[in-house]
Design a protein around this ligand. Sequence first.
Ligand SMILES: Nc1ncnc2c1ncn2[C@@H]1O[C@H](COP(=O)(O)OP(=O)(O)OP(=O)(O)O)[C@@H](O)[C@H]1O
Ligand SMILES: [Mg+2]
Length: 245
Amino acid sequence: MAASARVKALNEVHSVAVIGDLLTHAGAREDLGEGQALSTLQGDLTLHNLHYAYDNDGPALAGVNATFPFGKTTLLAGPSGSGKSTLLDILLRLEEPQSGSIQAMGVAASDYRLADWRKQFGYVSQEAALFNGDIRMNLRLAHPTASDAEVEQACRLAGADSFIRELPNGYDTLVGDRGYSLSGGQRKRIAIARALIRKPAVLILDEATTSFEQSLEQSMLGILRSTMPHMTIVQVTHRLPANRK
Ligand SMILES: Nc1ncnc2c1ncn2[C@@H]1O[C@H](COP(=O)(O)OP(=O)(O)OP(=O)(O)O)[C@@H](O)[C@H]1O
Ligand SMILES: [Mg+2]
């Protein structure tokens, strides 16, 4: 028992170091509280001449101009490595562009309080990471005070509620490290539900639905659109509908 406890403890050491590092350095890197207050983003997002290059690398984005209209869905498509995820990171202000700006409701995004800015977004990243815990905990990460009814409503919208109920422990099922005990599509559905719980002004889907059958993808997006008619959606996809290329 002592030997196995020691192995377990050693396994956690790396995680503790990573979390410690984040807690010490993230605060210094990001100032969440300074800037103009923003309660609800109700306008287009406009990108002006964005330039971004990772350290020691050529440009990932070179002069991007775009508008994501309020309450509409915008599809982003392009070859692997063309900068789609980088663009989303800049939109969320996880990265700062070297030049150019994002404008929303007549103000530069960088002038808004970072905490307020981030609250506007529901983000399903390309990896759709889940944490080793139960499903309900994973869903509540985005909104710790959400009621069970709110959690379940978000899951119904994302098409996750029915498969979660069929799992042996329902919403209390443990998903394992990075959610390995679920299929890729199931993980994505939970990540989409997690992004929806806070009813964000802007929903960002980075290839969140590419593993779904096309008919399921279309029905989920249709339900989302009709339930949340004012939500701005930015969707990275490899499947452009034929009539919208
Ligand atoms: N963290 C990083 N550090 C250094 N370079 C990076 C990093 N992330 C992305 N890049 C580089 O920036 C460019 C754009 O990458 P990005 O991930 O934005 O592309 P993408 O369009 O999302 O691709 P995919 O369709 O494969 O997801 C690529 O050349 C990539 O190698
Ligand atoms: Mg990407």
